[in-house]
Design a binder for this molecule. Structure first.
Ligand code: BES
Ligand code: MN
Ligand code: ZN
Length: 449
């Protein structure tokens, strides 16, 4: 992971002023602003030199998106900086800087950005670092291509994090999935040379409330026999985005020592094509006991999640959360930057919606619309895993998952995109953490006493 651009000393650091107009600038600064056409427009940057030609200060046009400060991290020359003057939200402005500085340079050794920020007073460094490291981790995992991030590498990643926080990991792999009754995880992953597996991490005091996270770990989604066309397959290294995000969220929870008994379940598979691949028309048994008709092998995520959710549900967790790059339909509905979530727990929904806006990690509730359960009916099995007609694709996927959750006190499903297709100041193009800062706050506020 890249080093965080945090400067340790304020001496010789350059002040950055967040301003909404130029009226308080000195006479020379006003002339310079005019020369440059700088009117403190949202997100604009003006560098002001001293008499010797060095950088004296920076002006930044105030934005109602506090994370826009990411632009400073990616455009300012190397050096140390600090914010000066009034700020609406020192924490989010610092977070934006850190998130905007992210680069995925594992494969090209491009140097890290080194416009470093002295953290403003009142910003809790630990809280900030926890969020930034989690985002960097999720991005790194998603950006790492499938040739280096298969089921085995995903398992190793989880084991490494578990060691750091003294968590227990157990893994059920290959044919053992059949013996231990995870038929759908096995069916989806068996065509790959890198064996399918269910990774199960446990951490914390057994007496604390049980929080279970489940992340879709399809390390590459070719579509299976219902093969995806080239342009739809191109980005499918990101199909473990749910796993990446739940791993990052688990790391935050353990790092903050939240008083929960945490469980992280990651079904890790490759949806590959081979003579032994599962097929459209197959009818699969499932851990839950219901038979599932396969309508399309490209709807693989909900199958592996079904078995993982069924396991999580067996110990009646207080809260179960799953995250998955589950449907293209979610993007059609809400676009890449606003993941939908689903839950029947209205109190949880309220907390998630409100918190997501407060922390600028947006999420949008969509309905578990019961009448659409009918769209999943099958003539030959208990359920079909895809809807007939192709309507409401994200909702019907969520409804399919709901069939595997019965005992959890509260359950929420997040249909994330896990990717930034168009760069924003705090998000370079590539893998993205979505929903985890919100969920961390929600879990912390519910259980931290
Ligand atoms: N991983 C994809 C969903 C996806 C595609 C997410 C593109 C983000 C971007 C998933 O496994 C999938 O292929 N879903 C199908 C389901 C369909 C066959 C019912 C989809 O959404 O097209
Ligand atoms: Mn698919
Ligand atoms: Zn998929």
């Amino acid at each position: 992971m890249q080093e965080l651009p945090i400067a340790v000393t304020k001496s010789k650091s350059v002040p950055v002023h967040i301003i909404s107009d130029v009226k308080d600038l000195s006479a020379e600064q006003k002339v310079w602003a005019k020369t440059n056409g700088f009117k403190a427009q949202t997100g604009s940057v003006l560098l002001f030199a001293n008499i010797k030609g060095g950088l004296e200060r920076v002006f930044f046009g105030k934005s109602n998106q506090p994370l826009d400060t990411g632009k400073l991290a990616s455009t300012l020359p190397a050096g140390n900086y600090h914010f000066e003057g009034e700020m609406d939200d020192a924490h989010l402005s610092s977070l934006g800087w850190m998130l905007g500085a992210y680069r995925f340079s594992k494969y090209n050794n491009k140097k890290d950005q080194d416009a470093k920020l002295v953290l403003p007073e009142g910003v809790d460094a630990q809280d900030l670092i926890r969020e930034v490291e989690a985002s960097y981790l999720a991005r790194d995992l998603i950006n790492t291509p499938a040739n280096d991030m298969g089921p085995d590498a995903l398992e190793k990643t989880i084991r490494t994090i578990a060691r750091k926080f003294k968590a227990q990991v157990s893994v059920i792999k290959g044919d053992a999935l059949l013996k231990k009754n995870f038929p759908m995880i096995h069916a989806v992953g068996r065509a790959s040379v890198d064996a399918p597996r269910l990774i199960d991490l446990k951490w914390g005091n057994a007496k604390h409330p049980k929080v279970t996270l489940v992340g879709k770990g399809v390390i590459f989604d070719s579509g299976g026999l219902n093969i995806k066309p080239g342009n739809s397959m191109a980005l499918m290294k990101k199909d473990m985005g749910g796993a990446a995000n739940t791993i990052a969220l688990a790391r935050m929870i353990m790092d903050a020592k939240l008083p929960v008994r945490l469980r992280l379940l990651v079904p890790a598979v490759e949806n590959a094509i081979s003579g032994n691949a599962f097929r459209p028309g197959d009818i699969l048994p499932s851990r839950k006991g219901i038979s599932v008709e396969i309508g399309n092998t490209d709807a693989e995520g909900r199958l592996i999640l079904g078995d993982a959710l069924a396991l999580g549900d067996e110990e009646k967790p207080d809260l179960m959360i799953d995250m998955a790059t589950l449907t293209g339909a979610a993007r059609v509905a809400l676009g890449p930057d606003l993941p939908p979530f689903y839950t029947d727990d209205e109190e949880l929904a309220q907390a998630v919606s409100q918190t997501s806006m407060d922390v600028f990690d947006p999420l949008w509730q969509m309905p578990l619309w019961d009448p659409y359960q009918k769209m999943l009916s099958s003539k030959v099995a208990d359920v079909n895993h895809i809807s007939t007609g192709g309507f409401a694709g994200s909702i019907t996927a969520a409804l399919f998952l709901s069939r595997f959750v019965e005992n959890a006190k509260s359950w929420a499903h997040f249909d994330i995109y896990g990717w930034t297709p168009t760069a924003k100041p705090w998000m370079p193009v590539g893998g993205e953490a979505q929903g985890i800062r919100t969920l961390f706050e929600v879990i912390k506020n519910k259980y931290w006493i």
